[in-house]
Design a protein around this ligand. Structure first.
Ligand SMILES: [Zn+2]
Length: 149
């Protein structure tokens, strides 16, 4: 048996909400996942990487669509040494600038200093309108990460 998590993070890695906004967004998420084991929102001391676990397949360049999965793990190691304080990268495929947070992850992954995690959410997707609603409650657009471990 694998464990499933839904993790909602702001699209901007260093952005964090105030308590009121975090509670409001957490309430909406809890209503959307009535069968979940646990819904929890938290602010971290530093930016952390939230991965998709077994749902992770590949990474592509947001500019030219090249598969950069092999290059990516080295880029992650280098960024990790700087505690993810600088996510800027120069893409190996086309040389254009990007951010590790803005690569095309299949399935989605990302960096954040705030997250709402749902343990065993009991749902498998959220539509764009629902994600927008969570983002409006939080005060910043969010990204959904479906993590299987
Ligand atoms: Zn490229």
């Amino acid at each position: 048996m694998s464990d499933n998590y839904l993790i909602l993070i702001p699209t901007e890695p260093t952005w964090t909400p105030d308590d009121t906004a975090a509670d409001k967004a957490g309430t909406i998420v809890a209503e959307l996942t009535p069968d979940a084991e646990e819904v929890e929102g938290f602010i971290l001391d530093e930016v952390e990487f939230f991965d998709a676990g077994d749902n992770f397949e590949s990474v592509k360049c947001p500019h030219c669509d090249a598969d950069v999965t092999d290059w990516w793990s080295g880029a992650m190691d280098r960024a990790n040494e700087l505690a993810f304080g600088d996510l800027g990268v120069s893409m190996p495929c086309c040389g254009r600038p990007s951010s590790l947070n803005d690569l095309v992850y299949d399935m989605p992954q990302g960096f954040a200093q705030f997250a709402i995690t749902v343990t065993e959410p009991g749902i498998e997707q959220l539509d764009d309108a629902t994600l927008r609603r969570i983002g409006e409650a939080l005060g910043h657009p969010v990204r959904a990460i479906w993590q299987k471990v």
